[in-house]
Design a protein around this ligand. Sequence first.
Ligand code: F6R
Length: 263
Amino acid sequence: MQLLKISEYARNCEQQSPRFTPEIYIFETTTEVDTFAATRLIEQVQAKPASILTLPTGNTPVGMYKQVVNAYNQRLTDLHAVTIFNLDEYYPISQEHPNSYAAIMKRHLINHLLVAAWHIPNGEAKDPELEAERYKQLLEQHQPIDLAILGIGPGTTCHIGFNEKGSSIGSNVRYVPLHPETKEANAKLFDNPRDIPDGTITQGIADILQAKQILVIAKGTSKAWGINRALKGPVSSDAPASFLRLHPNVTFVLDKNAGQYIQ
Ligand code: F6R
């Protein structure tokens, strides 16, 4: 594993904001990012077998899940006591749709191993507000989350979960319409781009920040702006990932492209 740099930025951040001391790791390749993230997940479960995890979908975590499944198949890890809460799901969407986050989670993780419980918002629910309330209450029964793993939105979206621009620090699970920039980026992943739903049900910023530990993974140039903005400039709703600066235990693990603006 070739670590390009552990950023000095953390030290500078500490001077600016005493509560914020992120670890920032920047690797040459995406596989190294996957290995780091998978190892962190596996170590968490080793330390506490009945861990409660918040996990993302999208493209970024696919390699991490592959490594976790490989470790499971080699009996190097055992997730039978783990409870998983997904960050979000499109709304409305059929759970069988190949682009639903339920289907993606099954494909890459859930179908390959045994966990105690797996929860994800129901994209087929009749009423998104009621479904958000159900998921919020379920999450509250299990908080605090031990480890939340997050991706970050592409371009200038800077979202975490689907907390798009304008999301407040006190936000909880709720229905959020997709920002046009997110919609355009994610529509490309659908066979028919017009099939992309208008919204999502997502954990809120407050839900994410109450996790004991947060790991942000990002790969590729499309994430470079968002990562830089998460770490620099005002902490504000214009850049929802900037709220991560208010959490005392955040690790960023990036490939060299996503970390290109980090000194
Ligand atoms: C997905 C999620 C989103 C994604 C982000 C990046 O569960 O919460 O915030 O992490 O949109 O998506 P990818 O990884 O596809 O670039």
